[in-house]
Design a protein around this ligand. Sequence first.
Ligand code: AMP
Length: 133
Amino acid sequence: MATIFTKIANGEIPSYKCAENDEFYAFLDINPLVKGHTLCIPRREVDYIFDMEDDEIARFQVFAKKVAQAIKTAFPCVKVGEAVLGLEVPHAHIHLIPMQSEKDMLFSNPKKSFPAEEMQAAADAIYAEFKKL
Ligand code: AMP
C-alpha cells in the first residue's frame, strides 16, 4: 500500500507544494515547528533514508540544498537546519527548518498552526524562489 507521502507526491492527498523534480518532491509540514518548515521526499518509496543508494541519496541532498536556499530567501533566517527522524511516517523525508536559534530545531516544542492562506502563501514564496535556482 502506498505511503501517505507517496499519495502526497502523486497529488492524491493535498499538500502545500514547495518544490519538485522528476525524482523528489517538497511540501510544507502540516504541523510545523516554525513557518516555512518543509519536508523533502523521494518519489520512490523507501522508508529509511540510509537504505538509499549512494547516488540517490546524493541527488536527494542536492535537491534539499536547493529547497533550503529557496527557504532562506523566502524566510530570512540565520540558517536553514536539516533533520531526519522518520519515526512517524515510513517514507524517507528531510525536515528543513528556517532557524533563528537552535530552539527552532527542538522537535519536542509544541507544533504551530497557521491558517490555510498563510500556508499557501509560504509554499508559494518558497516555490517561486526554487524556480529561480
Ligand atoms: P517524522 O516521521 O518523525 O519525521 O515526522 C513526520 C512529519 O510529517 C511530522 O512533522 C508531521 O507533521 C508531518 N506530516 C505528517 N502527515 C503530513 C501531511 N499529510 N502533510 C504534511 N506533513 C505531514
